[in-house]
Design a binder for this molecule. Structure first.
Ligand code: SF4
Ligand code: SF4
Length: 335
């Protein structure tokens, strides 16, 4: 494993670190095994969030068994006001079984109004600045998907890290990452494998960690095998064939594809939206037709059960036309 300074925070993080979204899908026991495999592979930085259902709790369960020593812990909250942020921070500390958190971030600031609220008087940032003085957190970070919205936060000089989507096919945050770097902020790449769509993981991670603009990439991992694969990226040399495969994959994906972030959930009709798109992708892109049809058939609620309420689209940070995409999924997997 290779380690790097996360901006000027003093955190010496593994360049490939742990994204906490996918452990929502595994048992508590499996989460402990995955985190232990991370430790053995040299990963020392965990990123999770209040919004990732039981992810913080599972990580806390791991710390209760194996201790927190040697780990840097990052989490985040969607609260926008002072009291909401303090409440969330206390819950994070409780669920993570920690008496301090290394990096606490404002989660997915996505509108100019939100940014104004968090930076303003009585805003969430005031709470984090106080929490830092009290020793409850060590550093304050900002996360989001839209560079133009995040820009005032970066310019404010009040954040120590920036976390944005960045990978071999999504480079729209590059100018903001450069600015963050110039200000001494640490940079964290979320969705380094585009939510699992970039299946040539070695080439995709290699691209990011050699990009010069990212300190730490946080691929989500939901099995020990995935942890081992990701940790081994730094050992071998990425081949030209792998790079070509990655380019081919990117060319075929376009921009309208699901990154499995799960921000659109829950759906009032009970649709597991990212799972639908995952199975459709396996059917159309990866030629695993039978596998995809079998798993799709086992879902209790199908794409055609969508009531068209539109709630999911208002939550999707990638502004995907989910309802239209679900029609396509139904046409492909329910014929
Ligand atoms: S539009 Fe369909 S998929 Fe989206 S939240 Fe409503 S019912 Fe669920
Ligand atoms: S549809 Fe959008 S919000 Fe839902 S998982 Fe996919 S990318 Fe995330």
């Amino acid at each position: 494993m290779r380690y790097t300074k996360l901006g000027t925070t003093g955190i010496n993080a593994s360049v490939i670190s742990f994204g906490g979204i996918p452990i929502q899908r595994v048992s508590k026991e499996a989460a402990v095994e995955i985190l232990q495999a991370c430790k053995e592979g040299g990963i020392n930085f965990i990123d999770t969030a209040r919004l990732y259902t039981d992810s913080e709790e599972k990580i806390g369960g791991y710390f209760n068994q194996h201790g927190r020593e040697g780990w840097y812990v990052a989490s985040k909250s969607p609260a926008r006001d002072y009291y909401g942020m303090f409440k969330d921070l206390r819950m994070s500390l409780h669920d993570l079984a920690c008496d301090y958190i290394d990096l606490y971030q404002l989660h997915n600031v996505s509108t100019p109004e939100d940014m104004e609220r968090v930076l303003g008087s009585g805003g969430a940032l005031e709470a984090l600045e106080e929490a830092k003085e009290q020793g409850l957190i060590r550093h304050i970070g900002l996360t989001g998907h839209k560079p133009e919205i995040l820009e005032p936060g970066v310019s404010s000089g009040r954040f120590e890290t920036l976390q944005v989507p960045f990978n071999a096919m999504e480079k729209q945050a590059l100018p903001l990452l450069k600015k963050a770097r110039q200000k001494g902020m640490g940079t964290i790449a979320m969705k380094p494998l585009a939510g699992g769509a970039l299946t040539v993981a070695a080439a995709a991670l290699d691209y990011i960690i050699n990009s010069n603009w990212i300190d730490v990439a946080i691929p989500g991992m939901q099995s020990v095998a995935e942890v081992k694969d990701n940790c081994s990226v730094l050992e071998g040399k990425v081949t030209d064939k792998q790079r070509q495969e990655l380019e081919k994959l990117i060319a075929g994906l376009g921009t309208h594809f699901c990154r499995r972030c799960e921000y659109c959930q829950p759906c009032p009709s009970g649709l597991k939206i990212p799972a639908m798109f995952l199975f459709e992708g396996y059917y159309t892109r990866y030629n695993l037709k039978e596998w995809a049809l079998e798993r799709y058939a086992a879902l209790p609620v199908k794409a055609s059960d969508c009531s068209q309420c539109g709630l999911c689209e208002s939550r999707c940070p990638y502004e995907l036309p989910i309802r239209e995409m679900l029609k396509q999924t139904a046409a492909t997997l329910e014929k």
